[in-house]
Write a protein that binds this ligand. Sequence first.
Ligand SMILES: *Cc1c(COP(=O)(O)O)cnc(C)c1O
Length: 473
Amino acid sequence: MSENLYRFLPKVDEILEDKSIKELVEKLPRSLVIESIREELAFIRKKIKEGLVTREGLFTELASLVTNICLRASYKASYKLKKVINATGTIIHTNLGRSLLDEDVVEHIRLTACNYVNLEYDLESGRRGERYSLIESLICRITGAEAAMVVNNNAAAVLLTLSSIAKGREVIVSRGELVEIGGSFRIPEVMEESGAILVEVGTTNKTHLHDYERAINENSSAILKVHTSNYRILGFTSSVEVKEFSKLKEKYDIAIIEDLGSGVLIDLSKYGLEYEPTVQDSLSNGADLVTFSGDKLLGGPQAGIIVGKKEYISLMKKNPLTRALRVDKFTLAALEATFRLYLDEERAIEKIPTLKMLTMPMGDIEKRAEELFHQIEINDNLNSNLEIEVVDNYSEVGGGSMPLEELPTKCIAIRSNTHSSQKIERILRGYDIPIIGRIHRDRVYLDLRTIKREDYPIILDGLKYLSNRLEES
Ligand SMILES: *Cc1c(COP(=O)(O)O)cnc(C)c1O
């Protein structure tokens, strides 16, 4: 015979009188607390309705009701965009927000955020100014360009460039460079959005200068070179370098645009990495316009930077699309501060986190690995079922940059005799400050190259949490 269990459920007003709930209302928005109370009650009501609880069962549920309300409300009130530990070893991890900023850069953003600034105000004349002019000369100084322009991201930079100089006209691209970047940026699609007409030349593996030349007619406006950032075609291949297009520029009125993707400003082969074309090289080789990202190898905020001939950049500044793609003051602040670091190359390598991680000497990584491993070893709260050791591995550059580069690194490898590495990975990912590692050879790897030293205590706490969770199950 079923009895009416609903009558044991407290009313919302009664719950609000509970001491812990009262404290909660002091800290969190009342509406969130009430919503959480309603949801927890509805959850129990549903169980009763489905006949899933006995009378005793219900009292157990009620005993944890307040705790569950607190947990639910705290979760609702917590930030959804939050800090995670990137232990993947992928430096420019697009899913984890790409580049990190240096403290001085962050300080400049902070200053800009809580003060009025001369964003569009010319301090000399006291009249309206232009937001891009603030950092144009700095970008020109570092890249050697005549003019520069900044938009939201590199996809926007390519879109604006094509829309400004090639709308309704033909743009010639090699079939070997019709790339897709990051799942949503596809050259043919961006081209279509811009109103430019795509003319494909050559084949996937080979495109020659004469292929481009044959495609040129009165309606051609530009040749677009796209850096195949995230893949390489190897073997029987050939493509035309920007330098070679100068022969065509002498004969025809045609612009050479290069989408570099990453936007390196320092020749990284000096630091033992594979050569990646720099913005300066592209310009001095004759590109009229070069576009690149702010948050890939440049190591700055999300942005798209366009540098090149003044006549073209002026067209962009007048394009109505510019208004839709414009950057905010935080981006400008971060970009100016980041570009400033490039005035001194050594300083840039030392201060810009992306470059620092990229060029980190093996000796430093080894030291970090030993230090963290030692801290783990002396931590006797850890489950004896966890096997932890330091192993050799490779980090990746990421962000679709330098796909073939394998950077030797050291990792903390974790496995358990009783639980799968999938489970270990999931638990670490579910920690308060999620620790994102990768699974390799049935172990979870935490790569020292991308873990900040100040975050070691978080790793230690995360491992304790892992240990406890494994013991419970
Ligand atoms: C990454 C990349 C893009 C897109 O840049 P976002 O800044 O992510 O918009 C475009 N072209 C190339 C060649 C790239 O590598």
